[in-house]
Ligand binder design. Structure first.
Ligand code: GLC
Length: 596
């Protein structure tokens, strides 16, 4: 019987959730995808300035002001005089998260300044000791989160603590601190405070630690981290722990998910859960000079892009010392919430599909298996001018295609052949930010991997980096001089390239090749073979061009050359082979091939 139950649970976890390599504890997290980060503390009242001087670091992380501007720990707390306690209501932050479609909140219980936002019995540097009547923001958050069905998570700076005489402060690189003294901080403050936080505030869904280097490069020992983690597992076995605890995931596979760098978005599909912490402008704590606000579209694309690679996105608010959330942040979040109200199905519980992440030029794909069908969510960043959506790489014929925003699910017409589906889009995009098309299949469709997708303007852009199979090892020289010199492969001997495309519309197509050749004579040639035909092109010197005026910014000219046409007689898969055959000492710098 016990075995049967285990088997049934296994089945339900497979059908309800497919992102592999997610432990049971973390499933709510990968299902949620979108959360709120809150950086709020004593520093919020400084607003990025101390005694008229701006924060001493160009990164302008306002929560670092105590350390950066060398403020005395006791003088620092005079900032609390500016707090407007009658106006501060954490429930408003929770309501903002809820309306913004976020499913969890991580608040800075204790940031690097060491000041606790609760009434801590083991420290006198906390709100309990500095407010009258006493405020306990963690208790208020716990209550509000419970009321609104949001999961409460706590940020706790374990490694760095600028107020405790034996805590870590980067100046300790110069003025040393012994391991045994640091352990006194650890046992006197970290362990008892985590115990308080996991004992007195009900369910804590995650502890978010913040050590962005491995423990071996820090004063923190592996034993201290394991002590901390086993305390968490004992007190609240369901509480997630992030990778910035400082143990590597290889070292301890029990870490629940990986935290990327600040504002670092995902760039590859991963099955192990991961998350990007992000800001709307730059600083985490409120900074009065913050001004480069990302647009709602940019933020939505960050969320979608992460989900399309199996990642989460946690977006920060830095409220002021009166509790207000900057308008630029709250407006964007509310706009994201409105988008999610319509399109949330493509985000919550959705995951990465099997196709290469940058295959399509119109946007990103997420997918979901539900009881009766398998859905692909095509997030269209750029509504194609020709109202035609090209989907390359899926071998199955869809069952139905419709707009996620359309409650009637009115079918969109489409055609499918081989590994190509073309959807006829309505004239107007349903959403000004990102519109979503659902392509439904009876079950997870087979894919044809390694194809170069047809672009929205109906061509094939064949690059050194999207070959399949790659006939020989190549070295791609990355773009230089601010991209005025594009990426290329310098062929100094015969160099072969090969691509696979699916041609849905047979006919004669033009072929262009872009290269730069700085030699003098033109005995070298480029040979293209496709569909049983060959094209020969005599390479000619392309000369130089100027990147910017009057700066001696002279660069190799990369020039596009029409080299002929190829007839693709019927729909189907074609292999395109290109051979660059230099005869001179000077290499031919191959950039791309364009067929359309
Ligand atoms: C860094 C900073 C910190 C901020 C955090 C957010 O670790 O030290 O101020 O809280 O990133 O990801």
């Amino acid at each position: 019987m016990k075995n049967l139950i285990v088997f049934a649970c296994l089945l339900c976890s497979i059908t309800s959730f497919a992102q592999k390599n997610t432990n049971e504890r973390a499933q709510w997290f990968t299902d949620s995808r979108f959360g709120m980060f809150i950086h709020w503390g004593v520093y919020s009242a400084a607003e990025g300035y101390w005694k008229g001087e701006k924060l001493r670091h160009d990164n302008d992380y306002a929560e670092w002001i105590l350390y950066r501007n060398r403020i005395d720990r006791d003088e620092y707390v005079t900032l609390l005089d500016l707090f407007q306690w009658d106006e501060i209501d954490p429930e408003e932050w929770v309501i903002l998260a809820k309306k913004s479609g976020m499913k969890y909140i991580t608040i800075t219980a204790k940031h690097h300044d060491g000041f606790g936002l609760w009434d801590s019995k083991v420290s006198d540097y906390d709100l309990g000791d500095y407010t009258n009547p006493k405020r306990d923001i963690i208790a208020e958050m716990a209550e509000a989160c419970k009321k609104h069905g949001i999961k409460l998570c706590l940020y706790y700076s374990h490694w760095v603590d600028w107020e405790h005489p034996l805590g870590w402060d980067h100046s300790r690189e110069i003025y040393k601190l012994s391991a045994s003294d640091y352990d006194r901080y650890w046992q006197q403050k970290v362990i008892p405070q985590i115990t308080e936080l996991l004992t007195n505030y009900g369910e804590i869904s995650m502890l978010w630690f913040d050590m962005w280097i491995h423990h071996s490069e820090s004063i923190v020992s592996k034993e201290q981290l394991l002590q901390l983690k086993s305390l968490i597992r004992d007190l609240q076995p369901n509480c997630l722990v992030n990778s910035r605890l400082g143990l590597s995931i290889d070292e301890d596979p029990d870490i629940d998910y990986k935290t990327l760098g600040d504002n670092q978005l995902g760039d590859k599909k991963e099955d192990f859960p991961w998350q990007s912490p992000a800001t709307v402008a730059h600083s985490w704590g409120f900074h009065s000079s913050d001004s480069q606000w990302k647009s709602t579209t940019t933020l939505l694309k960050s969320l979608i892009g992460n989900v399309s690679l199996n990642g989460n996105f946690m977006l920060n608010i830095g409220p002021r010392a009166n509790g207000d959330v900057p308008y630029e942040i709250s407006q964007r979040m509310l706009e994201m919430g409105k988008w999610l109200q319509v399109n949330g199905e493509s985000i919550y519980g959705a995951e990465a599909f099997d196709l290469n992440k940058d295959l399509h030029d119109w946007g990103k794909i997420t997918c979901k298996q539900d009881e009766s069908s398998f859905k692909l969510f095509l997030h269209i960043y750029n509504w194609p001018l020709n109202k035609q959506l090209n989907l390359t790489g899926i071998s199955a014929t869809p069952q139905k295609v419709y707009l996620l925003a359309d409650k009637q699910k009115s079918p969109l017409s489409f055609s499918h052949s081989g590994a190509f589906t073309e959807v006829a889009l309505p004239a107007d995009q349903p959403d000004p930010y990102v519109s979503v098309v659902i392509v439904e299949y009876p079950s997870k469709p087979e894919i044809t991997d390694g194809l170069v997708a047809k672009t929205s303007d109906d061509g094939y852009s064949l690059l050194p980096g999207n070959q399949n199979p790659q006939p020989q090892p190549i070295k791609i020289t990355p773009p230089a001089k601010y991209g005025t010199i594009p990426a290329f492969v310098a062929a100094d001997g015969v160099t072969d390239f090969s691509w696979k495309i699916y041609v849905d519309q047979p006919g004669t197509k033009r072929v262009d090749v872009s290269y730069s050749f700085q030699g003098n004579r033109n005995n070298s040639q480029i040979v293209l073979k496709a569909s049983g035909q060959s094209l020969y092109h005599s390479v000619h010197p392309t000369g130089q061009t100027v990147g910017e005026p009057n700066q001696d910014w002279h660069i190799d000219n990369f020039e596009s050359n029409e080299i002929g046409t190829i007839d693709f007689p019927q729909p189907g898969f074609y292999t395109i082979e290109l051979s660059i055959q230099p005869t001179e000492a000077d290499p031919i710098k191959f950039q791309w091939l364009w067929i359309n």
